[in-house]
Ligand binder design. Sequence first.
Ligand code: HMG
Ligand code: MG
Length: 319
Amino acid sequence: MTADATSGPGALPMRVPAEGLPARVRIYEVGARDGLQNEKATVPTEVKAEFVRRLAGAGLSTVEATSFVHPKWVPQLADAEELFPMVRDLPVELPVLVPNERGLDRALALGARTVALFASATESFAKANLNRTVDESLAMFEPVAARAKGEGLRIRAYVSMVFGDPWEGPVPVGQAVQVCRALMDMGADELSLGDTIGVATAGHVAAVLTALKEAGVAVEATGVHFHDTYGQALANTLAALQHGVTTVDASAGGLGGCPYAKSATGNLATEDLVWMLQGLGIETGVDLGRLTATSVWMAEQLGRPSPSRTVRALSHQEQ
Ligand code: HMG
Ligand code: MG
């Protein structure tokens, strides 16, 4: 114990388990993809590779590495071909985003083992992000999913704008569930429910999870992906855990956003999530000290402090 046991390096929350929560949570780390895709300055490939290595070294077992999307749409990740071979031998799962068969070809050529499709619950975002209607984008994913299955890959399927959309407002639960169901029917192994612009609140999360269960989607196959625009990401995560969710997406240091949804801010910070889970006695396998050091290092590379409250408290980083 340090003199100031509640902040600074080495501080940990008091462990007080609560009823009805899972014993273990898989943290799906998205900082290197969702975080860095939104950076104005292009981060050097070697820095990205070092970020992924440090995240794996901090105990994160799933580290989304990059995207095989059109390089003009997301120039920040245009170095996917250089980056992936630099990290692919790490002993962790390294999913990559693929929107179409061209993306799958590129991922397969480099030996990717998990691919993530990304659909939208709304027409406006499907158009902005994929240049397709919702139905056209699902039709684009069908052959990708079939081929990925045939190659023995694991498939994650994101659904964006599950809760609200900057152009269309609140999204009806049934509309989001329909897109989720279509992706599971294509053979997705897991879903990730995207609150792309961070407008979800806990009751809404519970309603979507209940509707998904009613639609036959197992909670074991359902992950949550909260952006923290309104400070609700941790509350929403707790609501999801209470409904049996055991996969939670988060971004080291709270990096993130989405280049095609201007109102999106960073994801739930992985450190904030780990602090809560440790306090609840929920296993994650993550070393909070090493993770915080990684985010402090990354913040230095980016030239600005991390927005994560936990990173700031543990590192005494200047605001
Ligand atoms: P398009 O312009 O309609 O593409 O874009 P197209 O199919 O008409 O093809 C046009 C040209 O692009 C062709 O080349 C293709 O080969 C090439 P040409 O024949 O003209 O020379 N092309 C590609 N090149 C490299 N890699 C590819 C690729 N695909 C086509 N994969 C497309 C359609 C889907 C490609 C485009 O809209 C795109 O790349 N979108 C990606 C947008 C993106 O990455 N957004 C961020 C990720 S989603 C997110 O952040 C949300 C999430 O975090 C969850 C949440 O928070 O909600 C996951
Ligand atoms: Mg996102």
